[in-house]
Design a protein around this ligand. Structure first.
Ligand SMILES: *Cc1c(COP(=O)(O)O)cnc(C)c1O
Length: 452
């Protein structure tokens, strides 16, 4: 029976990333409460949030310390515009994030959603070259399988067909180069070899066209929306060197991989490099409030300083630097400082990896991969509507889990412990068994090929 909340939702909410004609077959879960890794529905049934509510929720739902910080801020100053005014939570957040880059990325530009941070980084890169007398540098390079959000500028540097194809006629042309995705290894090739092969393709493009190219944008180490494609840090080192050689800015989109997700606070740390612009969002506010930001090198920032107002970066969003969101982010950074989050995650990741080990030898599965707090594997013969079927079977086993195509992934909150990790691994493997044993409904079967 459909709950009244679900029925009202379907009657009036146009749900994101959803074919609404099919929404009744996979009705939204009516969630009424969250606590830690658990979400609870109207009937009191619980679901482990295995994907951190679209990768945002770092320390669980309704975390006591983040709640307290936001409540305190709510009674002090919920919001004030950031042009012509400033406030302590934004200042402190900018200072602390810059310090986490060793001062290399010295300024912080605030926005609200991930896609708006990407738009800002693209505009900044172009405008910075224009201010330096190099206005021909207006092209962008992105990686195949890359994802940077769904506004028009961000989609122009995104290569996930299902999100992009319908809007292709509207988009700026960008240059797409080979992804370093380690799954493309040829026989005898290592992940590092794939990275270097991809870097060679980048080099060829930059060599030929750098005079027209403003920036390279990429997701460091894990291409999330493409299905958790992972790659070797050697690619980032090569990309940094090539960008320096050819006067191209490097934009690191750490919206998904930042905030400890890959095992270091910033994913680029694993390559020992810094980009020129770095985008953060999703986890930075702990999954509480929309907040995004772009950290920039001083050399980029300084290119905008001038007596002429129009050479400044005149971009803004109404809720830029919202005080409640910044305060939530400060509470998130406090957790990293006070709780040894990265060390805790390393230990717990080892436990979960060990519990998932049977998948590595499972003949139904390929490309089992893991980095930091991300696990993924591809199902060989998924059958029709695999992602929906897996998601529904997951619900029956107390999981909120949403495969991407035939890729099942886990991106859990940083709250795993010695009980949760083995339980989670067991439920995921049991769900896989359930789904692969399922009879495919006739309606979902591809039509029989005609007999001659
Ligand atoms: C989610 C995501 C974005 C877009 O963020 P929104 O808040 O959804 O606009 C951009 N880049 C990456 C890598 C992301 O994962």
């Amino acid at each position: 029976m459909t709950s009244s909340l679900v029925a009202r939702s379907l009657a009036h909410i146009w749900h994101p990333c959803t074919q609404m004609q099919r929404a009744a077959q996979v009705p939204p879960l009516p969630i009424v409460r969250g606590q830690g890794v658990w979400l609870f529905d109207e009937d009191g049934k619980r679901y482990f949030d295995t994907i951190s509510s679209w990768w945002v929720n770092l320390f669980g739902h309704a975390d006591a310390r983040i709640n307290a910080a936001i409540k305190d801020q709510l009674d002090t100053l919920p919001h004030v515009m950031l042009a012509g005014c400033t406030h302590a939570p934004a200042v402190e957040l900018a200072e602390r994030l810059s310090a986490l880059t060793g001062g290399v990325l010295g300024h912080c530009f605030f926005a609200s959603d991930g896609a708006s941070a990407v738009e800002i980084a693209l505009k900044m890169a172009f405008h910075h070259w224009r201010n330096r007398g190099l206005g021909d540098k207006r092209g962008f390079v992105c990686l195949r399988q890359g994802y940077h959000g769904e506004t028009l500028g961000a989609l122009a540097v995104t290569d996930v067909q299902i999100f992009r194809d319908a809007y292709d006629p509207l988009l700026l042309r960008s240059h797409q180069v080979m992804s370093p995705d380690a799954r493309q290894a040829r026989p005898g090739e290592s992940a590092q070899d794939v990275a270097l092969r991809a870097a060679a393709e980048l080099q060829a493009l930059l060599q030929a066209q750098h005079g027209q190219i403003a920036a390279l944008i990429l997701e460091p180490l894990v291409q999330g929306a493409a299905g958790m494609a992972m790659y070797h840090p050697a690619y980032l080192q090569a990309a940094r060197a090539l960008c320096d050689q050819y006067q191209v800015l490097l934009i690191a989109d750490e919206i998904a991989v930042g905030c400890g997700r890959t095992g270091t606070f910033f994913a680029v740390e694993q390559a020992g490099i810094w980009p020129d612009l770095l985008c953060l969002s999703k986890g930075i506010s702990g999954g509480y409030l929309p907040l995004s930001l772009v950290l920039s090198r001083d050399s980029v920032y300084e290119a905008f300083l001038d007596d002429d107002v129009a050479r400044g970066f005149l971009h803004s969003h109404s809720y830029t630097g919202n005080a409640l969101a910044c305060r939530a982010a400060l509470a998130v950074l406090d957790r990293f400082d006070q709780d040894g989050v990265l060390a805790h995650n390393r230990l717990q990741a080892a436990t979960l990896s060990a519990a998932l080990a049977p998948l590595q030898a499972d003949p139904r599965v390929e490309n089992f991969r893991h980095l930091g707090m991300v696990w993924a594997f591809d199902v060989k013969d998924p059958g029709p509507r695999f992602a929906d079927r897996f998601h529904l079977a997951g619900r029956a086993r107390e999981l909120l889990i949403r495969p991407i195509g035939r890729t099942v992934y886990l991106l859990p909150p940083y709250l795993l412990d010695d009980t949760l990790s083995p339980w989670l691994a067991h439920q995921v493997m049991a769900t896989l068994d359930d789904v692969l044993r399922q009879e495919i409904p006739d309606a979902d079967r591809p039509p029989e090929p005609p007999t001659a």
